[in-house]
Design a protein around this ligand. Structure first.
Ligand SMILES: Nc1ncnc2c1ncn2[C@@H]1O[C@H](COP(=O)(O)OP(=O)(O)OP(=O)(O)O)[C@@H](O)[C@H]1O
Length: 205
């Protein structure tokens, strides 16, 4: 469980004020909000990439630093190095997260076999997005924090992604926190919907 207690966040503007919530395993939690309201900032705070002003965040009772391997967050394909290949990234993730996942199975599942050994500078937007998605599942982390993960995907790929997320939550007890511009797609699989607005995150009943 990710336990957020009285979290307040400020960037150049206030983002969150006194937010408390428990993100439980086995759930898919959709965070919906208009552009610029702070979804990415919230995800960065969860994963210790930025400091928060007040409050605590615990993963299974521990601070992020002690539970890093239980969490996977890769904010954007813009972080990918064009000179490395997709396979370099998948091997790195598998090693760092000490994951038992079979890389070839993931590569085939996401239909990446014909380009996974190429340098990423030769990838299209959708190919980079597929790689980032495959990294999430190759990590085998319990807490998958996905920021606009379906950007640039065609309809069939989005469906495959949502089915896989659902399977991970139901059958592997992963906790998926996801923001999406395709809210209506994700709402179908979400078990919790949270709205971020005016520095509050309100759970839809
Ligand atoms: N490094 C930073 N320094 C200062 N302000 C920042 C920084 N990063 C984000 N902000 C500000 O924080 C606010 C929230 O930004 P954030 O990227 O979290 O929004 P978002 O909800 O993810 O937006 P989008 O849906 O457009 O991706 C914005 O007003 C933004 O300008």
């Amino acid at each position: 469980m990710i336990e957020v207690n009285q979290l307040s966040l400020v960037t150049r503007v206030p983002i969150l004020n006194d937010f408390s919530y428990q993100f439980k395993t086995g759930n898919i939690c959709l965070i919906s909000a208009v552009n610029g309201s702070g979804k990415t900032t919230f995800f960065r705070a969860l994963t210790n990439l930025i400091k928060h002003k007040h409050g605590t965040i615990r993963f299974d009772g521990q601070p992020f630093k002690k539970e890093k391997q239980a969490v996977f967050f890769y904010e954007t394909p813009d972080w990918l190095d064009g000179n490395l290949s997709g396979l370099d990234y998948l091997k790195f993730v598998q090693r760092q997260w000490r994951s038992p996942r079979n890389l070839n199975e993931e590569i085939n599942f996401w239909k990446m076999a014909d380009y996974i050994r190429l340098p990423i500078k030769k990838y299209s937007l959708g190919m980079k997005q597929h790689l980032v998605i495959a990294m999430y599942f190759c990590s085998n982390a319990t807490y998958l924090i996905m920021d606009e993960i379906s950007n640039g995907l065609d309809e069939e790929s989005r469906k495959r992604l949502y089915d896989r997320i659902k399977d991970a939550a139901v059958n592997e007890q992963k906790c998926v926190i996801i923001s999406s511009h395709y809210k209506s797609d994700v709402a179908v699989i979400a078990t919790r919907i949270l709205h971020l607005e005016n520095q509050k995150i309100i759970a839809e009943s």
